[in-house]
Design a protein around this ligand. Structure first.
Ligand code: Q9C
Ligand code: ZN
Length: 342
């Protein structure tokens, strides 16, 4: 299968993040993408293409211009406020505070447009995040051109980014933008299967009231794990979207054997839904050595995951999300792609 990758994505290179009450070395770093690219080339999974540069239109189908404009103009505001290094939000318009006022100060805007303090924003974040969207859209376009599968080597990831907020290392919701793009270009039903260790709160919320984009997610139980406030089993969609969201929260320590019943159920939903295309939000952080996660996948399990998804028999975009065990990331990712191709 073809891989889409842009070097511009490497420009977002955070040094540190706020985690566990400390400033720690960032884990969502450029070498993640570099090792996956290297492994794609070594194992000859297929041609590597640079993405097309898409206009803002497909992004604005999912994120409002105010939010996109905030990210675009962020560095100028940050430096104008006398700051230089990476930015972290620290105040949020939570319950009892006003959401509806026009904020001038960059610190107020950072809180208005974010969900956590764990997602560093820097000078090149916007252009890298745009390149990540271009990567996702180019892979989606390959499906429209008749490819049976494509791999979007996206970075930064996207599934925690909501309608108008960043968080969880994510800025634009790559999977959501790609799904909407497929809908806007003639496909009637699109499914998103999110296998990142963390619940894809941003993606779920984007399509929660819609039947035309099915959202399925298997992840660590949010009562014990980030993002804590979404991803429970009783979230199944609303209004016209009732029944078109499904969540399988699983306990910490889950290994492949404990994971497969949820995966089988998700695949059964896919068979019933009969999507015209599927987007796999491919986080690789269920891996046993992942430094921030608590599942116990082995590298061979990623081959099995790819094999199982091939049996669904639907044109598929694999779109990279999380996964932080950098040494094994290439192997685990390409195992999914090879498993799928058989
Ligand atoms: N003590 C993705 O995998 N919290 N995002 C980490 C560690 C944030 C993960 C805290 C996890 C976000 C795309
Ligand atoms: Zn994750």
């Amino acid at each position: 299968m073809k891989t889409v990758f842009s070097e511009t994505q490497l420009a977002h290179a955070p040094e540190k993040e706020i985690s566990d009450g400390e400033l720690k070395p960032a884990v969502e770093i450029p070498s993640r993408a570099e090792i996956v690219l290297k492994t794609v080339k070594e194992r000859n999974t297929g041609e590597v293409l640079a993405p097309e540069a898409f206009p803002l239109r497909p992004i604005h189908r999912v994120h409002p211009p105010q939010y996109v404009g905030f990210l675009e103009g962020f560095w100028e505001m940050w430096t104008a406020a006398g700051r230089s290094g990476e930015a972290f939000p620290f105040v949020w318009p939570i319950r009892s505070l006003r959401q509806d006022t026009k904020i001038n100060h960059v610190d107020g805007l950072l809180g208005r447009y974010s969900m956590d303090a764990g997602t560093p924003l820097g000078q090149h974040t916007y252009k890298a995040a745009r390149a990540s969207v271009d990567t996702a859209l180019t892979a989606a376009k390959l499906l429209l051109a008749g490819e049976k599968s494509a791999f979007a080597l996206c970075r930064p990831p996207g599934h925690h980014a909501g309608f108008d907020f960043f968080g969880g290392y994510c800025f634009f919701n790559n999977a959501g933008i790609a799904a909407q793009y497929l809908r806007d270009n003639g496909l009637n039903r699109v499914a998103i299967l999110d296998v990142d260790y963390h619940h894809g709160n941003g993606t779920q919320a984007l399509f929660y009231d819609r039947p035309d984009i099915l959202f399925l997610s298997i992840h660590a139980d949010p009562k014990d794990e980030y993002p804590y406030y979404l991803g429970y089993a009783d979230e199944t969609g609303e209004h016209a979207g009732t029944g078109f969201t499904r969540n399988w929260p699983l306990p910490l320590g889950t290994d492949w054997d404990a994971y497969t019943p949820a995966l089988e159920e998700a695949c059964r939903w896919l068979l019933v839904y009969k999507p015209d295309a599927m987007i796999v939000s491919l986080g690789l952080d269920c891996y046993e050595e992942d430094p921030i996660s608590g599942f116990r996948f082995k590298s061979e399990d990623y081959l099995r995951l790819g094999q199982r998804l091939a049996k669904v028999g639907v044109p598929t975009v694999f779109l990279m999300e999380g996964g932080y065990a950098v040494e094994a990331l290439g192997t685990n990712c390409v195992n999914v792609l090879e498993g799928f191709e058989g």
